[in-house]
Ligand binder design. Structure first.
Ligand code: ZN
Length: 291
C-alpha cells in the first residue's frame, strides 16, 4: 500500500518500539509493535513495516539516555546504557539511511509532552509536564512554552523523595541511588517488593505507597516551576484507581500552601488524552517539525 503525504513515527520504548503512520490530520492509520532485541534486528523489522508507505516525514521519541541536542555531532545517538548492544547506537542515522528521510529525534517523554500540548490534555497550556511511570520514571517539562533541558533532558526520575513508613526496610532498586523516586516507585521497584501490580487487588497497600511518592513528585514540580498541568502516563497509570489517589495525596501534602493560586488537584493532575499512544503521536509530530 502506498499513500502520499504520510507521516511516520516510533515511540521507541526500552522493550517495545511502537511504529505508526498518520495522515496529515494526525489520524493514525497503521500501527505495528516491534519487540526490542538487538539494534540491527529491531531497526530492520521497523523498516519492513515503514517501507510499505510513502512517508514525507519521520520522528522518533526514544527511551534514554539519548543525545537530543540538535547541534551535537552525536544527535540522535543512544548514550551509555545498561541495555546490551544499544550504547552509542544512532537511531537517527539508522532510520535516515533506511528511509532516505530527515529524522527528528527527542526523548520519549518530550515527544509525549509535545503531543499532549499540541492537541491533548495540556492544549493551550504553556507550563506543563509529562511523567511516565513504567519500568523506569522520566519526565518531559515545558515552562512558559519552552521544553526544558536542552541539550540534556531532565533526569526527574532520580530525585529524592521522603520515604513512606512501610518502606523503611526497602533499599530501593536504582543502581545509582537506591531509594530515589524511580528506585521506589517504578514498576520494577513495586514488583520487587510486592509482585506485579497487575495482580494486586484494589486494597493493596502498594497503590497508596506509589500514590504518595508520585504526589511528592508532582509537588516538587509545582513548587519549583508552578506548572499548570501534570500529565502522568505509563504502565502503572493504566490502573484506574491511581489518578484519584495521587490527587488526594497531593492536596494533603501541599496542605493548602499555594491557596487558590493553583488549579485544584483534579484540574492540575491528569492522565494522557492520547492514553497509551501519546508517545507515538509525539514522535509523528516531531517528524513534521523537520518538513
Ligand atoms: Zn536513581
Amino acid at each position: 500500500m502506498t499513500k502520499i503525504g504520510l507521516s511516520g513515527g516510533i515511540d521507541a520504548g526500552g522493550t517495545t518500539f511502537k511504529c505508526g503512520v498518520a495522515l496529515a490530520n494526525g489520524e493514525i492509520i497503521a500501527k505495528q509493535r516491534v519487540d526490542v532485541t538487538t539494534p540491527v534486528e529491531t531497526v530492520a523489522q521497523c523498516l519492513t513495516f515503514f517501507r510499505q508507505y510513502d512517508l514525507s516525514s519521520f520522528g522518533i521519541a526514544s527511551f534514554g539516555p539519548i543525545d537530543v541536542d540538535r547541534t551535537s555531532p552525536h544527535y540522535g545517538r543512544i548514550l551509555k546504557t545498561p541495555k546490551p548492544n544499544w550504547s552509542h547506537f544512532s537511531l537517527k542515522a539508522a532510520f535516515e539511511a533506511g528511509l532516505n528521510l530527515n529524522v527528528v529525534v527527542d526523548s520519549d517523554v518530550n515527544g509525549a509532552l509535545l503531543a499532549e500540548v499540541t492537541f491533548g490534555a495540556a492544549r493551550g497550556i504553556s507550563s506543563a509536564a509529562y511523567i511516565t511511570v513504567g519500568t523506569g520514571i522520566g519526565a518531559g517539562i515545558m515552562s512558559s512554552g519552552e521544553i526544558l533541558g536542552r541539550p540534556y533532558h531532565p533526569e526527574f526520575g532520580h530525585i529524592a523523595v521522603k520515604k513512606h513508613d512501610v518502606d523503611r526496610g526497602f533499599p530501593g532498586v536504582c543502581p545509582f541511588h537506591g531509594d530515589c523516586l524511580e528506585g521506589l516507585t517504578s514498576v520494577r521497584a513495586l514488583k520487587k517488593r510486592w509482585g506485579d501490580p497487575i495482580d494486586w487487588d484494589a486494597n493493596h497497600q502498594g497503590w497508596n505507597v506509589a500514590a504518595n511518592y508520585l504526589a511528592q513528585a508532582c509537588a516538587s514540580l509545582v513548587l519549583t516551576l508552578r506548572l499548570e498541568r501534570i500529565i502522568i502516563g505509563g504502565g502503572l497509570m493504566l490502573a484506574k484507581n491511581m489518578l484519584p489517589k495521587i490527587q488526594t495525596e497531593f492536596e494533603s501534602q501541599l496542605n493548602g500552601y499555594l491557596g487558590n493560586s493553583i488549579a485544584t488537584a483534579d484540574n492540575l493532575i491528569c492522565t494522557p488524552f492520547y492514553g497509551d499512544d501519546a508517545g507515538l503521536h509525539g514522535a509523528i509530530d516531531l517528524g513534521k517539525q523537520a518538513v
